[in-house]
Design a protein around this ligand. Structure first.
Ligand SMILES: C[S@@+](CC[C@H](N)C(=O)[O-])C[C@H]1O[C@@H](n2cnc3c(N)ncnc32)[C@H](O)[C@@H]1O
Length: 211
């Protein structure tokens, strides 16, 4: 296990602040309107989002490199009688996996990466999602105060730049990221949705924004 994985793993000795015991309302709010199909949640933690989609009848799976988080996710699935798959793996090292998903979701993973790994990560997401498949991502925004430390804050232009090749950005919306310590709905976040373009050559001109 890498030192990064070990440090995330230690967070799951207890209940980390992001592990709120339910899916993020920003994500459940998408459920009625998004085509889901086969879904994978990258950095799934203890599995609330996977279990949410699996309980709605979707084939859903989650990947996280914290073995402790995945053990908790599997326990929840068994206790709730929900069929879902959870795997321990580093999402930066998945390669093609030999299969592609209709939908990739990411709740709080994108904003953990440094620049080089962020680019690597987006390439990996591109490998995992089929052409015309979707990527939905919730991350803390630059509007979130930094007085509580936490992960990197991400700006809208940074999201646009990350998804500028091979993706059509469908929306980037202001959203809330619920945690155990935020009052109200949660911290300031961006919810982004993007579609993987088919064809080998990414076309920046096709990028469009809906705000
Ligand atoms: C902020 S937590 C969010 C967890 C979950 N999505 C949720 O909403 O509760 C980020 C998660 O990403 C996982 N993670 C970070 N880097 C990873 C990597 N390279 N591969 C797999 N998982 C990773 C961590 O172990 C952690 O569970």
């Amino acid at each position: 296990m890498s030192s990064a994985a070990r440090s995330w793993d230690r967070a799951y000795d207890g209940t980390p602040p992001w592990d709120i015991g339910r899916p993020q309302p920003a994500i459940t709010g998408l459920a009625g309107s998004m085509p889901v199909g086969d879904l994978v949640d990258l950095g799934c933690g203890t599995g609330e989002h996977v279990l949410f989609f699996a309980s709605r009848g979707h084939r859903a799976s989650g990947i996280d490199f914290s073995a402790a988080a995945i053990a908790k996710a599997r326990r929840k699935a068994s206790e709730r009688g929900i069929s879902a798959r959870f795997d321990v793996a580093d999402v930066l090292k998945l390669g093609s996996l030999g299969r592609r998903f209709d939908t990739v979701i990411d709740v709080g993973l994108f904003h953990t990466f440094e620049d080089a790994d962020r680019a690597r990560y987006v390439r990996q997401v591109s490998e995992l999602v089929r052409p015309e498949g979707r990527y939905f991502m919730l991350c803390f925004s630059e509007k979130e105060p930094t007085d509580w430390d936490g992960p990197r804050r991400v700006s809208r232009p940074e999201i646009e730049a990350s998804l500028s090749e091979g993706w059509r950005i469908d929306f980037i919306r202001e959203a809330a990221f619920a945690t155990k310590f935020h009052d109200g709905d949660g911290g300031s976040a961006w919810l982004a949705g993007a579609t993987r373009l088919s064809g080998p050559t990414p076309d920046r001109a096709r990028t469009r924004m809906k705000r």
